[in-house]
Design a protein around this ligand. Structure first.
Ligand SMILES: C[C@](O)(CO)[C@H](O)COP(=O)(O)OP(=O)(O)OC[C@H]1O[C@@H](n2ccc(N)nc2=O)[C@H](O)[C@@H]1O
Ligand SMILES: Nc1ncnc2c1ncn2[C@@H]1O[C@H](COP(=O)(O)OP(=O)(O)OP(=O)(O)O)[C@@H](O)[C@H]1O
Length: 312
């Protein structure tokens, strides 16, 4: 062990952050930097990523938990590794850590699991080095990815710009979701590219004028799932279905089985079904588990919190 590691002793730190669903996602034209301007209304989901950092001879990643997936990179491409590297660079601390990621959020499903890992890793490493500079964490989060700032704050928020300029929304109550993950995965940049192509090629595709989220914010404030079901919106739906047509069948199956609404989660392919209460969630789960193309059915609620330390 190097000197800094031994100074810290064997202390390990655990932090948690949550997946998300975009209950509203309006996508503008592509910008010069390759990103798209968005109007997004995020809610965090009660599906946690739990990250433990333990000082070690060298940085390494271990995945555990129900959604540990062999496609997640364990090297410097991992967003938790990038988060630790960025904060250690900014603070000139350089403490190698063994990173354990306990995964509940389905991988590459449009639910921001990697972003939650980055946010939790930032909070954990900040604690390890005694850094309480919240502005620094927010700045680094935005550099790591467009969804990472929301994973840091959690709750309910409107995101503009790349989706990373956040204004909190005061919601009321909890919404019940049933999530149908897919046997396939989708790449976020590819879904954005496909959306641009569809807009160029077809007159039926959504246009690229940014829409107003007022109706969704009012429904979230009311706490009424029936009101929210009527105003859920995702501009990426057609592009996700273009790449993976089976998504449309899954949406149809859930609606026929009594869901209030079906929504592609972010860039997909996970489909979220809004239901009235936990009993409806259970009924829908049984039906979706038998649906072709569905890998896993997950019941959860929104909103959950932001990234935070877990006291052991
Ligand atoms: C689809 C969403 O999950 C909705 O919240 C996000 O927009 C994606 O956020 P993310 O995965 O954190 O995205 P990043 O890792 O920052 O970017 C990945 C790629 O997605 C595309 N991208 C992302 C965000 C954005 N506002 N416009 C984009 O065009 C870009 O091609 C970018 O290179
Ligand atoms: N810690 C991580 N957990 C999951 N994926 C990671 C991680 N680090 C890097 N990745 C890479 O990022 C890709 C996207 O993973 P993630 O699970 O965050 O997808 P997503 O939920 O669709 O993302 P988003 O909704 O933010 O666009 C994965 O295919 C994986 O290769």
């Amino acid at each position: 062990m190097n000197a800094e590691v031994s100074q810290l002793g064997a202390r390990s730190v655990t932090a948690r952050a949550y997946g998300k669903i975009n209950v509203f996602l309006s996508v503008g034209p592509q910008r010069a930097d390759g990103y798209h301007d968005l109007v997004s209304v995020f809610q965090s989901l009660d599906l946690a990523e739990t990250i433990t950092l333990a000082p070690a001879a060298e940085t390494a990643v271990t995945l555990t938990g129900p959604r540990a997936d062999t496609t997640v990179p364990l090297d410097s491409r991992n967003l938790a590794v990038q988060a630790v590297a960025a904060l250690s660079e900014a603070t000139q601390t350089h403490i190698p850590v063994a990173i354990t990621i306990d995964k509940q959020v389905p991988v590459a499903g449009g639910m921001g699991g990697g972003s939650a890992d980055a946010a939790a890793a930032l909070v954990a490493y900040a604690e390890l080095i005694g850094c309480d500079d919240a502005e620094l964490l927010t700045r680094i989060a935005g550099e790591l990815g467009a969804d990472v700032p929301f994973a840091l704050t959690g709750g309910t928020a409107i995101g503009t710009g790349r989706g990373d300029e956040l204004v909190p929304v005061t919601g009321s109550g909890a919404f019940h979701w049933v999530l149908a993950t897919s046997v396939a995965s989708l790449s976020t940049p590819e879904v954005y590219r496909t959306l641009d192509e569809l807009r160029r090629e077809t007159s039926t595709a959504t246009d690229d004028t940014l829409r107003d989220p007022d109706d969704v914010v009012a429904a979230l404030t009311s706490g009424d799932p029936h009101a929210l079901a009527g105003v859920l919106h995702n501009d990426m739906t057609d592009a996700a279905i273009e790449l993976l047509p089976g998504i449309a069948d899954v949406m149809e199956s859930g609606l026929q089985a009594g869901a209030l609404a079906a929504l592609v989660s972010g860039s997909g392919p996970t489909v979220g079904f809004l239901v009235a209460d936990p009993t409806h969630a259970l009924d829908l789960t049984v039906l979706l588990e038998a649906t072709r193309g569905v890998r896993d059915v997950v019941r959860t609620t929104a909103p959950a919190g932001g990234a935070h330390l877990v006291t052991g």
